[in-house]
Design a protein around this ligand. Structure first.
Ligand code: RP5
Length: 168
């Protein structure tokens, strides 16, 4: 993409299927992004280097997804003042509570904006990234408003169908 404003990093390629909602929503909102695998534990030097150079490359927000001992978002947050959104990946051993606590429990002064575990969280990471960037981008703010209106319309349609089915 020509002008990526969001970097989506994941601790392993095994996380990719859980991030479908992130990528689809970034596309829907017209936000350009890059995606890569960087591990806080297996490639710590790459994690430090990416975060330290991200601002200079033009990124405005970093989304960091990891599971288990999920330290990627926190390690990135230690090296940059860009906003970091942490996505805790669901795990088969502990259900993602491990990922959630590892991502969210940051020490004071080094925040990670942590979204929920699961598909809602993956989608919300993209929406939150857009909302952060939209503070200085009226066009993106308009796209976000349209996105939320579409969501509301979909609920109204579900309500109509449900009433028809249940009430007759
Ligand atoms: C984390 O360890 C990754 O984010 C992934 O969720 C988990 C397992 O990684 P793999 O063993 O599947 O590569 O760092």
């Amino acid at each position: 993409m020509a002008n990526p404003r969001v970097a989506v990093l994941m601790g392993s390629d095994s996380d990719l299927p859980k991030l479908e909602g992130t990528f689809n929503t970034l596309r829907e909102l017209g936000l350009e992004f890059t995606a890569d695998v960087i591990s806080a534990h297996r490639t710590p030097a790459a994690a430090h280097a990416f975060a330290a150079g991200a601002e200079e490359k033009g990124y405005e927000v970093i989304i960091a997804a990891a599971g288990g001992a999920a330290h990627l978002a926190g390690v990135l947050a230690s090296q940059t003042t860009l906003p970091i959104i942490g996505v805790p990946i669901p795990t088969s051993n502990l259900g993602g509570l491990d990922s959630l606590l590892s991502t969210v429990q940051m020490p004071g002064g080094v925040p990670v904006a942590t979204v929920g575990v699961g598909s809602g969280g993956a989608k919300n990471a993209a929406v939150l990234a857009a909302q952060i960037i939209a503070v200085g981008d009226p066009d993106l703010r308009a796209r976000l408003k349209a996105f939320k209106e579409k969501q509301a319309d979909e609920v109204a349609e579900k309500s109509r169908r449900l009433k028809e089915k249940v009430e007759g």
